[in-house]
Design a binder for this molecule. Structure first.
Ligand code: ZN
Length: 154
């Protein structure tokens, strides 16, 4: 229903129904394999051999095509921050840790939530990447799966 108000400037209030469609493009396999196979896929440059996660369809260093490779789920914290506030959509228990990790054999850094006591996290801490597929809540296909990091003690 559209309503027009006699105001200066003219104001029109109208309800919109919007359907969003988004595509993951050439990196769709990352999301599909995380949901369907519970594995983490990166890409490797066919020329220089660098491995990327997040995956890139083309190598950022030499512009050559990349191929899919399964990557290890162990790595180390390269940088992190402890968050004491959260944007409204997040439902994290405060404080929480955001980290950039380098998985073994991967050349770029992967951001994500590190589920750990902030006092136990430091640069170089060992982590494991875990896949989470919620059993309740809205079902959004590939968005159902998520990954996070766990601290490896010792
Ligand atoms: Zn390359």
């Amino acid at each position: 229903m559209t309503r027009i108000f006699r105001t200066e400037p003219l104001t029109i209030v109208k309800d919109y129904r919007i359907r969003y469609q988004s595509t993951m493009g050439k990196v769709s396999k990352f999301f599909l394999d995380m949901v369907n196979e519970q594995r983490i896929m990166g890409t490797r440059c066919e020329k220089c051999g660098k491995t990327y996660l997040p995956p890139y369809p083309d190598c950022p260093d030499c512009n050559e095509k990349t191929s899919w490779v399964e990557v290890p789920t162990n790595g180390v914290v390269e940088a992190f921050t402890v968050c004491y506030a959260q944007p409204r959509p997040f439902k994290k228990k405060l404080p929480y840790v955001l980290a950039y990790v380098r998985l073994e054999g991967v050349d770029n850094l992967l951001p994500g939530f590190l589920e750990a006591d902030p006092d136990k996290v430091e640069e170089g801490s060992k982590i494991l990447l875990k896949i989470r597929i919620p059993q309740t809540g809205p079902r959004w296909g590939v968005y159902d799966a998520d990954y996070y990091f766990e601290l490896v003690e010792g």
